[in-house]
Design a protein around this ligand. Sequence first.
Ligand SMILES: Nc1ncnc2c1ncn2[C@@H]1O[C@H](COP(=O)(O)OP(=O)(O)OP(=O)(O)O)[C@@H](O)[C@H]1O
Length: 279
Amino acid sequence: MITFDGVSKRFPDGTLAVDNFSITIPSRTTTVFVGSSGSGKTTLLRMINRMVDPTGGAIRIDDEDVSTLEPVALRRRVGYVMQNSGLLPHRTVVDNVATVPLLTGVPKREAREAALQLMDTVGLDRALAERYPSQLSGGQQQRVGVARGLANDPNILLMDEPFGAVDPLVRSELQQELLRIQKELAKTIVFVTHDIDEAFLLGDQVVILSTGGRIAQVGTPEEILAHPADEFVDNFIGAERGRRALSIKNVHGKDVVVDGTGRLAGILRVPSGESSRTV
Ligand SMILES: Nc1ncnc2c1ncn2[C@@H]1O[C@H](COP(=O)(O)OP(=O)(O)OP(=O)(O)O)[C@@H](O)[C@H]1O
């Protein structure tokens, strides 16, 4: 469990990036911070592993105040995946994945074998192990980034817009892959995005942020969609409303579900034993 307790961050130039932020992030689930540019998402994420230190309040990991932990040791314990994969260009894929275990003293052979297994986990062909990052596609690079984030088997995985720079098709593949991995590994994931669709797809808990890291609403995707807290949230999720609004259309005697643009979204199944359907 990660708790933010009245956390603030004022940068030396006076910018108040985060103002009195409090939240509990439950273990073994995915929490997504979503908000527009400059709402403080990255700052919040980086305060968890002390890449940034707060100027007020406290962050605790399982009741341990992170300010009492040594930053380098903490960062080796917490996986971090960033937008542009952050891979070392002069190291091969397998060496990139094995970087942190090697730094923490895992013998080379063992670290490389574990890295190859992690390549399997994230759906990367082992044949790519000896390539350099520049010889991979953007989607493959991001998979390497995820494998590297998982390399020390951390309980916590921080992900900062990890799929922001790839095309929509690959992005969708990576999202599905993350859902699969999370089902298997059940890490405490804190994921940052500005894309509300991505937030609703991946988040067990979604935190909608406005400027200064202010919480506009926190809840499950269902709670937020069903009961937007205010006009700000309504607008934030509303851009997609037309597409989200599903309706039933009868096609050749069969009920199908279409979205707000009229595109087929699925088939309506009436549970057996029910004579009428509720819409
Ligand atoms: N090192 C810094 N010094 C001064 N101000 C900063 C620094 N880092 C971030 N900020 C400011 O803090 C605010 C929050 O930035 P942050 O990067 O956390 O937002 P974000 O929601 O992640 O934005 P984006 O989606 O654009 O990455 C912004 O106004 C930003 O300009």
